[in-house]
Design a protein around this ligand. Structure first.
Ligand code: PEP
Length: 281
């Protein structure tokens, strides 16, 4: 995936009718964690109404606290994919924490018979889970979104991406999602979107940003806009190719990360701002 290797290698890829490369931009707005069919459907309807073809939906949730909601796992996959297919959502970004999850996803997709595709996500806690990376590299069905490790160097995270490629899967997107810093940071993580051009210089991977997990709260700046929206604009201006963004129809009821979820009514303005930044820069 690095620019130092074979110059003929791919710079982008198509998956289920959606193109990913270092020049274009795809938005994946959706639920951090799937909770119930009503919320999933409300979210999908809002996406469809706003012309979207991709979403993020978490079924397997790696949590810091073992007593927190861990996600519905395989149980929710058939109805999530059924609903996504009904709303013509073509690619669902979904974190996996074990290689067995890939088979579960494959089976659920076959079961529903809808043309919904999945982009497998490796979360920041698993960036250096090399056996998981190798397993995801060996399968060629699904592209992989690899999140930067929140406590390791950029180069170490880029090396992690090479584990996917060396096993055969070069349909990889690299995601910046903020870095842990000492206590006192007003945001959940220190936003690292200034590294977008660096990753693009060093590699051929399209670069994703996750402003929701980077900032962690929908607090409003003095101009009335959420800090998450400001971080998103910074990322798009810096050349981001994909945006993961948490939304929830009722953030107070969200089982995971409610404080950082924006509301579906914010979606049209969010998408407009993203488009304006992308067109201008
Ligand atoms: C997520 O995207 O749902 C998530 C848990 O992100 P991260 O791995 O960046 O914490």
């Amino acid at each position: 995936l690095g620019r130092h290797s074979d110059a003929e290698r791919q710079t982008g890829f198509d998956y289920n009718g959606i193109h990913f490369d270092q020049d274009n931009l795809n938005v994946f707005a959706g639920l951090c964690a799937v909770d119930n069919p009503t919320h999933v459907e409300e979210m999908l309807r809002a996406l469809k109404d706003n012309g979207q073809q991709c979403t993020r939906m978490g079924a397997y949730k790696p949590r810091t606290n073992p007593y927190s909601f861990q996600g519905h796992g395989a149980d929710c996959l058939p109805w999530v994919f059924e609903l996504a297919g009904r709303y013509d959502i073509r690619v669902v970004a979904m974190e996996v924490t074990h290689e067995n999850h890939v088979q579960e996803i494959e089976q659920a997709l076959e079961q529903t018979g809808h043309p919904t595709g999945v982009m497998l996500q490796v979360g920041t806690r698993n960036t250096q889970n090399f056996e998981l990376l190798k397993a995801l590299g060996r399968q060629s069905t699904f592209p992989v979104l690899l999140k930067r490790g929140f406590g390791i160097t950029l180069n170490e995270s880029l090396n992690a991406a090479e584990y996917l490629a060396t096993e055969g899967n070069t349909n990889v997107i690299f995601c910046l999602r903020g870095m842990k810093t000492e206590a006192g940071n007003p945001h959940r993580n220190l936003v690292d979107f200034a590294h977008i051009p660096v990753v693009k210089r060093l590699t051929r991977m399209p670069v994703c940003i996750d402003p929701s997990h980077s900032v962690g709260v929908r607090d409003r700046a003095p101009d009335g806009m959420s800090d998450i929206v400001h971080a998103t604009a910074q990322g798009v201006i810096a050349g981001a190719n994909m945006i993961l963004a948490d939304f929830h129809p009722n953030p107070e009821k969200a089982l995971v990360d409610g404080p950082q979820a924006m509301l579906p009514r914010d979606l049209p303005r969010f998408l407009k701002d993203v488009e304006l930044c992308h067109e201008t820069y």
